[in-house]
Design a protein around this ligand. Structure first.
Ligand code: GSH
Length: 296
């Protein structure tokens, strides 16, 4: 069980590694991209912290690597960026031909239903197996250390924004992630078509299982015991906003809970759902995460 470096690409002051590895939790080979910032090569005072970026529907690790422009920010502050894939892949992995379910639409959850459960264990993959495998591989290399397990934070776009919020809140008790932010996230999957289709197929009809992943439900059950703020940007011209994203519902759900006034939702005029939008606000998210990772 190890990482294969498929490609090493010079970007900004560091390198983007296209990696491939077998992940037993999802029963297939997975691709993942890792950006190592310039500090990895010039030396760093301590281990380099990591931001996990979870991508949206139809994406592979390459979409955000190529179009979100995290690399400039990673060099500026000295963090590494991990871009996991959005689902298991391969001949045996069950799929349908729709863009919003199956391959490239794993929804970062652990499926409990046939025929999906053998492969679609993306929650365990992203939050446990992948960090452990990256740690193991990079720890055995000489030189600067990268901290894939402790000084870490999480963000994502659309389905990946949902994955970031859900994973952050589910692990909030152990403070697994130092911070969470999201770009145009699906905030209430149990109440929107994308989420209902995915949750119904992956988790079955028992809606109590759905709620375990739903950010609007999680903020009612998970106590914000500090001053933790979740940063969210949402474009007003996003064609998915009204039917599937509905960011306002997270604000409404937070009322009367420990998360009231802790959801920093910024509606940005005129922006759409694309990486033109994501890349425009990556600098703000980078600064937010850098603070929580102790880099500024
Ligand atoms: N019309 C889009 C719907 C899916 C979509 O907009 N996906 C977003 C995330 S939810 C994305 O990042 N697409 C890939 C890209 O823009 O590079 C498609 O079929 O590709």
């Amino acid at each position: 069980m190890s990482m294969e470096v498929r490609e090493e690409i010079a970007v900004c002051g560091g390198k983007l590694l296209n990696l491939s590895h077998y992940a037993s939790v999802v029963n297939c080979n997975m691709n993942v991209n890792v950006y190592l910032p310039q500090q990895y090569y010039t030396g760093s005072d301590g281990p380099i912290p990591v931001i996990y970026f979870l991508s949206g529907l139809t994406c592979s690790p390459h979409n955000a690597s190529e179009k979100a422009f995290w690399q400039i920010q990673a060099d500026k502050y000295g963090f590494s960026v991990v871009y996991p894939d959005t689902s298991p892949r391969g001949e045996n992995v069950p799929d349908d031909s729709a863009y919003d379910f199956g391959v490239a639409a794993g929804f970062y959850l652990n499926a409990t239903e046939e025929p999906y459960k053998k492969y679609y264990q993306m929650y365990d993959y992203v939050h446990r197996d992948l960090p452990a495998q990256l740690m193991d591989y990079f720890n055995n290399l000489k030189g600067t250390k990268v901290d894939f397990m402790v000084n870490i934070s999480i963000t994502g776009h659309s389905m990946g924004g949902f994955g970031a919020l859900s994973g952050y809140l589910q692990n909030y008790g152990t403070k697994k992630y130092k911070a969470c932010s999201a770009f145009a996230p699906i905030v209430n999957p149990t109440n929107v078509p994308w989420g209902q289709k995915a949750f119904g197929n992956y988790l079955g009809n028992d809606k109590s299982k759905w709620q375990l992943y739903d950010p609007c439900d999680l903020i009612k059950r998970v106590r914000n015991d500090g001053d933790d703020i979740i940063l969210i940007h949402q474009g007003t011209n996003d064609t998915f906003l009204k039917e599937n994203l509905k960011s306002q519902l997270l604000l409404e759900a937070s009322k009367g809970t420990s998360w009231e006034n802790k959801i920093d939702l910024r509606l940005v005029n005129g922006f759409d759902h694309s990486y033109y939008f994501v890349s425009s606000f990556v600098p703000e998210h980078a600064k937010f995460h850098a603070k929580h990772l102790g880099l500024i």
